[in-house]
Design a protein around this ligand. Sequence first.
Ligand code: GLV
Ligand code: MN
Ligand code: MN
Ligand code: MN
Length: 424
Amino acid sequence: MPCDVPEHVTVDGDRLWRSLMELAEIGAYEDEQTGLRGVRRLALTDADAEGRRKLVSWMEEAGLTVRVDAVGNIYGHRAGTVPDAPPVMIGSHIDSVATAGAFDGCLGVLGGLEIVRTLNERGITTRRPLMIAAFSEEEGVRFGTDMLGSAVAAGRIPLEEAYALTDADGLTFGDELARIGFAGPHGVRLDPSPYAYVECHIEQGPLLFRSGTDVGVVTGTQGISWQEIVVYGHAAHAGATPTEMRADAGLVAAEIVRHLRTMVDSGDYGRLRATVGHLTLHPGDTNIVPARADLKVDLRNPDEECMVRAEEHLARYLDRLQETQNGLRITTRRMARTSPVAFDGRLQKIAVREAEALGLTHSSILSGAGHDAQEMAAVCPAVMVFARGEYDGISHSPREYSTVESCARAINLLAATTLSLADE
Ligand code: GLV
Ligand code: MN
Ligand code: MN
Ligand code: MN
């Protein structure tokens, strides 16, 4: 059956912006350090539940058939002229980190919704069905594993394993999902597998901003390695314990942080990035030598072999530290690990072609951040496009910002790429 897809479908950038700003009101907080208003909508919190309900109501208003799967992923289905054809899926996430802006993840989901609204207005039915997806716990900050919902949908992480993950208070993912009413009745398997997966995200880095380029076509994502390190020392009196008699977990934690930076600066591990984003000392009192330090380490690397070498080096370093420091014990626990993923070459070419047809300046970018697209790439051909962020593209910060125009450009590219694939 022929389908009626005009050459360019441009979305309503103002309507997209209003939806982004409305969603950002849910979980909004005043950031003390910057004085800015940020977003804090961690996965499966009450704020996330409210955001999910808002999204579902918007999807239903747009005529989508909504389905929630057993890991809480939300799918909105729009029929195509060939009803049983595998759909083109447009996805991302609406959970956020603790210091977020309005765009990370939300742009991809609400951009998909905006494409549907635009197609509805123009009376356009695509050949293939479209699916808008909002995946659970992409950020991984609450339950410790990132891209969790998409990893379960893609079959990499078993559902039971996801349910058993706990947050800092010992609450399980499974219980919290049920509590907020989003443990859906549908299985997690995507049947049929999507024909293709497309995702738009803000870049979260400085390349587009610094070069003044309109959009990015993403070549792939780098590997991510998250581990928790616990250093056990001995609590002791801060004033009365001689220096040489201490097993100071805080000092050792500081040495680990410094050592990671030395590894990065050495250049021996390719384009390694290393961050200790979580460090707590116990019992955490001024006059007590720390008995214990908890660290969470985030390593990123576009090269798997370099990543493995960095992980092995860190493990050896921790063994040595343990042996040479008096009375000290170190344990490690892997939290999350993904390898670098290359996005589909043909889909990248389509996105580049559509960027040119839209008159957008574009460049190819390797993503610094992790995205649901890297999980979906195991199931079907996948590609991403990046919107330009302001202020050097800063993200995971209330300073995260983009403009109406930058968002609209990237979603127009997402629309063109989607329509091209949905017509195949
Ligand atoms: C999530 O945004 C990540 O890349 O850590
Ligand atoms: Mn994101
Ligand atoms: Mn993020
Ligand atoms: Mn991410």
